[in-house]
Design a protein around this ligand. Structure first.
Ligand code: SF4
Length: 283
Protein backbone atom coordinates (compact mmCIF):
# COMPACT_ATOMS: atom_id res chain seq x y z
CA UNK A 1 0.00 0.00 0.00
CA UNK A 2 1.35 3.42 -0.94
CA UNK A 3 1.33 5.81 1.99
CA UNK A 4 0.18 9.29 1.39
CA UNK A 5 1.12 12.56 3.09
CA UNK A 6 -2.00 13.24 5.13
CA UNK A 7 -1.43 16.97 5.55
CA UNK A 8 -1.83 18.72 2.20
CA UNK A 9 0.32 21.53 0.87
CA UNK A 10 -2.62 23.94 0.79
CA UNK A 11 -1.81 27.21 2.52
CA UNK A 12 -3.17 27.00 6.06
CA UNK A 13 -5.02 30.18 7.07
CA UNK A 14 -6.13 29.21 10.58
CA UNK A 15 -4.98 31.68 13.24
CA UNK A 16 -2.03 30.67 15.43
CA UNK A 17 -3.39 28.87 18.49
CA UNK A 18 -6.64 27.83 16.80
CA UNK A 19 -8.13 24.61 18.15
CA UNK A 20 -8.80 23.42 14.60
CA UNK A 21 -5.16 22.33 14.45
CA UNK A 22 -5.76 19.91 17.32
CA UNK A 23 -8.73 18.32 15.57
CA UNK A 24 -6.85 18.14 12.27
CA UNK A 25 -3.88 16.39 13.87
CA UNK A 26 -6.12 14.10 15.90
CA UNK A 27 -7.80 12.97 12.69
CA UNK A 28 -4.46 12.65 10.93
CA UNK A 29 -3.18 10.42 13.74
CA UNK A 30 -6.32 8.29 13.64
CA UNK A 31 -6.03 7.87 9.88
CA UNK A 32 -2.37 6.92 10.26
CA UNK A 33 -3.36 4.29 12.83
CA UNK A 34 -5.87 2.99 10.33
CA UNK A 35 -3.23 2.68 7.63
CA UNK A 36 -0.89 0.99 10.10
CA UNK A 37 -3.32 -1.90 10.50
CA UNK A 38 -3.74 -2.24 6.75
CA UNK A 39 -7.06 -0.43 6.30
CA UNK A 40 -7.25 1.60 3.13
CA UNK A 41 -8.04 5.28 3.45
CA UNK A 42 -9.84 5.04 0.12
CA UNK A 43 -12.89 3.97 2.12
CA UNK A 44 -12.93 7.11 4.27
CA UNK A 45 -14.87 10.24 3.29
CA UNK A 46 -14.63 13.54 5.13
CA UNK A 47 -17.57 15.92 4.72
CA UNK A 48 -17.39 19.51 5.97
CA UNK A 49 -19.68 22.53 6.06
CA UNK A 50 -18.85 26.23 5.90
CA UNK A 51 -16.73 28.03 8.48
CA UNK A 52 -13.15 28.03 9.71
CA UNK A 53 -13.50 24.33 10.60
CA UNK A 54 -14.50 23.45 7.05
CA UNK A 55 -11.05 24.20 5.65
CA UNK A 56 -10.03 20.85 7.14
CA UNK A 57 -11.33 19.38 3.88
CA UNK A 58 -8.53 21.26 2.12
CA UNK A 59 -5.89 20.43 4.70
CA UNK A 60 -6.39 16.65 5.08
CA UNK A 61 -5.45 14.51 2.12
CA UNK A 62 -8.40 12.12 2.03
CA UNK A 63 -11.61 11.89 -0.01
CA UNK A 64 -13.61 14.94 0.99
CA UNK A 65 -16.66 16.98 0.13
CA UNK A 66 -16.89 20.66 1.00
CA UNK A 67 -20.64 21.27 1.27
CA UNK A 68 -22.95 24.24 1.88
CA UNK A 69 -23.54 25.99 5.19
CA UNK A 70 -25.38 23.62 7.51
CA UNK A 71 -25.73 20.90 4.88
CA UNK A 72 -22.91 18.56 5.85
CA UNK A 73 -25.14 15.93 7.39
CA UNK A 74 -27.62 15.43 4.51
CA UNK A 75 -24.69 15.08 2.11
CA UNK A 76 -23.03 12.59 4.46
CA UNK A 77 -26.32 10.70 4.80
CA UNK A 78 -26.58 10.39 1.01
CA UNK A 79 -23.01 9.14 0.76
CA UNK A 80 -23.60 6.52 3.45
CA UNK A 81 -26.85 5.31 1.91
CA UNK A 82 -25.26 5.08 -1.54
CA UNK A 83 -22.32 3.09 -0.23
CA UNK A 84 -22.78 1.73 3.32
CA UNK A 85 -19.23 0.34 3.26
CA UNK A 86 -17.69 3.79 3.49
CA UNK A 87 -16.58 5.37 6.76
CA UNK A 88 -18.20 8.81 6.70
CA UNK A 89 -16.85 11.52 9.01
CA UNK A 90 -18.47 14.96 9.26
CA UNK A 91 -16.58 18.01 10.50
CA UNK A 92 -19.06 20.75 11.32
CA UNK A 93 -19.03 24.03 13.21
CA UNK A 94 -21.34 25.07 16.04
CA UNK A 95 -22.88 27.86 13.98
CA UNK A 96 -22.93 25.59 10.94
CA UNK A 97 -24.54 22.60 12.65
CA UNK A 98 -26.42 23.99 15.68
CA UNK A 99 -27.97 26.91 13.77
CA UNK A 100 -28.26 26.50 9.97
CA UNK A 101 -28.12 22.70 10.04
CA UNK A 102 -29.86 21.88 13.30
CA UNK A 103 -32.79 20.01 11.78
CA UNK A 104 -30.38 17.74 9.89
CA UNK A 105 -28.47 16.95 13.09
CA UNK A 106 -31.65 16.03 14.95
CA UNK A 107 -32.94 13.79 12.16
CA UNK A 108 -29.58 12.05 11.70
CA UNK A 109 -29.61 11.22 15.41
CA UNK A 110 -33.24 10.10 15.25
CA UNK A 111 -32.51 7.85 12.25
CA UNK A 112 -29.28 6.44 13.67
CA UNK A 113 -27.47 6.76 10.35
CA UNK A 114 -23.98 5.31 10.77
CA UNK A 115 -21.91 8.49 10.38
CA UNK A 116 -19.63 10.32 12.82
CA UNK A 117 -20.28 14.00 13.51
CA UNK A 118 -17.43 16.01 15.04
CA UNK A 119 -18.58 19.48 16.09
CA UNK A 120 -15.78 22.07 16.20
CA UNK A 121 -17.63 23.95 18.93
CA UNK A 122 -15.74 27.22 19.45
CA UNK A 123 -19.02 28.89 20.41
CA UNK A 124 -18.62 31.72 17.91
CA UNK A 125 -18.79 32.33 14.14
CA UNK A 126 -15.05 32.71 13.52
CA UNK A 127 -14.92 32.97 9.72
CA UNK A 128 -17.35 35.90 9.70
CA UNK A 129 -15.38 37.58 12.52
CA UNK A 130 -17.11 36.88 15.79
CA UNK A 131 -20.91 36.71 15.80
CA UNK A 132 -22.68 34.67 18.51
CA UNK A 133 -23.84 31.10 17.88
CA UNK A 134 -26.36 28.85 19.66
CA UNK A 135 -23.71 27.84 22.23
CA UNK A 136 -22.31 31.31 22.99
CA UNK A 137 -22.94 32.20 26.64
CA UNK A 138 -25.57 34.71 27.70
CA UNK A 139 -24.14 38.21 27.42
CA UNK A 140 -21.47 37.27 24.86
CA UNK A 141 -20.14 40.44 23.24
CA UNK A 142 -19.50 39.83 19.57
CA UNK A 143 -19.62 41.76 16.32
CA UNK A 144 -23.39 41.39 16.08
CA UNK A 145 -24.03 41.82 19.80
CA UNK A 146 -21.77 44.62 21.13
CA UNK A 147 -23.99 44.98 24.20
CA UNK A 148 -24.04 41.21 24.78
CA UNK A 149 -26.41 38.48 23.62
CA UNK A 150 -29.85 38.37 25.18
CA UNK A 151 -30.17 34.60 24.53
CA UNK A 152 -29.21 31.63 26.64
CA UNK A 153 -27.18 28.95 24.86
CA UNK A 154 -28.67 25.52 24.37
CA UNK A 155 -27.08 22.31 25.51
CA UNK A 156 -26.27 20.12 22.46
CA UNK A 157 -25.65 16.99 24.53
CA UNK A 158 -29.11 17.15 26.06
CA UNK A 159 -30.52 17.75 22.60
CA UNK A 160 -28.75 14.67 21.24
CA UNK A 161 -29.96 12.55 24.14
CA UNK A 162 -33.53 13.67 23.46
CA UNK A 163 -33.11 13.06 19.72
CA UNK A 164 -32.05 9.43 20.06
CA UNK A 165 -28.31 9.59 19.28
CA UNK A 166 -26.64 6.29 20.11
CA UNK A 167 -23.13 7.64 20.83
CA UNK A 168 -22.74 10.98 22.61
CA UNK A 169 -19.41 12.38 23.79
CA UNK A 170 -17.65 15.64 24.58
CA UNK A 171 -13.95 16.34 24.03
CA UNK A 172 -11.64 19.32 24.32
CA UNK A 173 -8.95 20.44 21.89
CA UNK A 174 -6.39 20.81 24.68
CA UNK A 175 -6.88 17.15 25.70
CA UNK A 176 -5.81 15.51 22.47
CA UNK A 177 -5.25 11.94 23.66
CA UNK A 178 -8.74 11.57 25.17
CA UNK A 179 -10.17 13.38 22.14
CA UNK A 180 -8.51 10.89 19.82
CA UNK A 181 -9.98 8.02 21.80
CA UNK A 182 -13.48 9.52 21.70
CA UNK A 183 -13.32 10.03 17.94
CA UNK A 184 -11.83 6.56 17.37
CA UNK A 185 -14.65 4.98 19.39
CA UNK A 186 -17.20 7.14 17.59
CA UNK A 187 -15.99 6.00 14.19
CA UNK A 188 -16.04 2.38 15.36
CA UNK A 189 -19.56 2.75 16.78
CA UNK A 190 -22.24 1.06 14.68
CA UNK A 191 -24.71 3.93 14.38
CA UNK A 192 -24.86 7.70 14.71
CA UNK A 193 -21.97 9.08 16.74
CA UNK A 194 -21.82 12.66 17.97
CA UNK A 195 -18.76 14.29 19.51
CA UNK A 196 -19.06 17.88 20.70
CA UNK A 197 -15.52 19.25 20.83
CA UNK A 198 -14.87 22.34 22.93
CA UNK A 199 -12.52 24.17 20.62
CA UNK A 200 -10.45 27.24 21.32
CA UNK A 201 -11.03 30.14 18.94
CA UNK A 202 -7.84 32.06 19.62
CA UNK A 203 -9.18 35.25 18.05
CA UNK A 204 -12.85 35.56 19.02
CA UNK A 205 -13.39 33.17 21.96
CA UNK A 206 -10.05 32.45 23.69
CA UNK A 207 -11.57 30.36 26.51
CA UNK A 208 -8.57 28.19 27.45
CA UNK A 209 -8.38 29.58 31.01
CA UNK A 210 -12.12 29.11 31.48
CA UNK A 211 -12.08 25.50 30.28
CA UNK A 212 -8.73 24.69 31.88
CA UNK A 213 -10.03 25.30 35.38
CA UNK A 214 -13.31 23.43 34.88
CA UNK A 215 -12.86 20.37 32.67
CA UNK A 216 -12.57 16.87 34.13
CA UNK A 217 -12.65 13.38 32.67
CA UNK A 218 -15.71 11.26 33.43
CA UNK A 219 -14.80 8.25 35.58
CA UNK A 220 -17.07 5.52 36.87
CA UNK A 221 -19.95 6.80 34.74
CA UNK A 222 -22.35 4.16 33.38
CA UNK A 223 -22.47 5.00 29.67
CA UNK A 224 -25.50 2.75 29.10
CA UNK A 225 -27.63 4.58 31.69
CA UNK A 226 -29.75 7.21 29.92
CA UNK A 227 -30.77 8.99 33.14
CA UNK A 228 -27.18 9.14 34.33
CA UNK A 229 -26.19 10.60 30.95
CA UNK A 230 -28.90 13.26 31.25
CA UNK A 231 -27.72 14.10 34.76
CA UNK A 232 -24.07 14.57 33.80
CA UNK A 233 -24.99 16.40 30.56
CA UNK A 234 -26.93 18.94 32.64
CA UNK A 235 -24.07 19.56 35.03
CA UNK A 236 -22.77 22.30 32.71
CA UNK A 237 -25.32 23.93 30.40
CA UNK A 238 -22.80 25.97 28.34
CA UNK A 239 -23.57 28.99 30.49
CA UNK A 240 -23.04 28.13 34.15
CA UNK A 241 -19.69 28.18 35.93
CA UNK A 242 -19.86 24.55 37.02
CA UNK A 243 -17.47 21.71 36.25
CA UNK A 244 -17.38 20.49 32.64
CA UNK A 245 -17.38 16.75 32.07
CA UNK A 246 -15.41 15.30 29.17
CA UNK A 247 -15.71 11.78 27.84
CA UNK A 248 -18.35 9.34 26.66
CA UNK A 249 -21.76 10.25 28.09
CA UNK A 250 -24.00 7.68 26.44
CA UNK A 251 -23.84 4.70 24.12
CA UNK A 252 -26.35 2.10 23.05
CA UNK A 253 -26.79 -0.48 20.30
CA UNK A 254 -29.64 -0.01 17.84
CA UNK A 255 -30.34 -0.84 14.17
CA UNK A 256 -28.95 1.75 11.79
CA UNK A 257 -30.95 3.71 9.27
CA UNK A 258 -29.27 2.00 6.34
CA UNK A 259 -30.09 -1.43 7.80
CA UNK A 260 -33.69 -0.42 8.39
CA UNK A 261 -34.06 0.82 4.81
CA UNK A 262 -35.31 -2.26 3.00
CA UNK A 263 -33.91 -2.69 -0.51
CA UNK A 264 -36.62 -2.23 -3.09
CA UNK A 265 -37.86 -5.53 -4.56
CA UNK A 266 -38.21 -3.70 -7.88
CA UNK A 267 -35.02 -3.37 -9.93
CA UNK A 268 -33.88 -0.06 -11.36
CA UNK A 269 -34.50 -1.44 -14.85
CA UNK A 270 -38.08 -2.43 -13.99
CA UNK A 271 -38.69 1.03 -12.52
CA UNK A 272 -37.33 2.69 -15.64
CA UNK A 273 -39.52 0.52 -17.86
CA UNK A 274 -42.59 1.34 -15.76
CA UNK A 275 -41.86 5.09 -15.97
CA UNK A 276 -41.29 4.87 -19.72
CA UNK A 277 -44.57 3.00 -20.17
CA UNK A 278 -46.39 5.59 -18.05
CA UNK A 279 -44.98 8.48 -20.04
CA UNK A 280 -45.87 6.79 -23.33
CA UNK A 281 -49.43 6.24 -22.12
CA UNK A 282 -49.78 10.01 -21.57
CA UNK A 283 -48.62 11.05 -25.03
FE1 SF4 B 1 -9.59 29.47 14.44
FE2 SF4 B 1 -11.06 31.43 15.46
FE3 SF4 B 1 -9.06 32.00 13.78
FE4 SF4 B 1 -11.26 30.82 12.88
S1 SF4 B 1 -11.12 32.87 13.74
S2 SF4 B 1 -9.14 30.25 12.37
S3 SF4 B 1 -11.82 29.48 14.60
S4 SF4 B 1 -8.87 31.07 15.83
Amino acid sequence: MTRRALITEAQNTWCPGCGNFAIQHTLKNLLTDRENVGESLDNVVLVSGIGCHAKIADYLNINSVYTLHGRTIPVATGIKLANPHLTVICCVGDGDCYAEGLDHLIFAAKRNIDITVIVHNNRVYGLTTGQYTPTSPLGFRGRSTPAGTAEYPFNPLELMLASGATYIARGYTRKMDPLKDLIRQGIAHHGFSFIDVLQICATFFPAADYYGSRVYELAGHNTTDFEAACHVAREWNYNTDSRIALGLFYKKDAPTFEEAMQPSPVSAREKQEAITALLKSRT
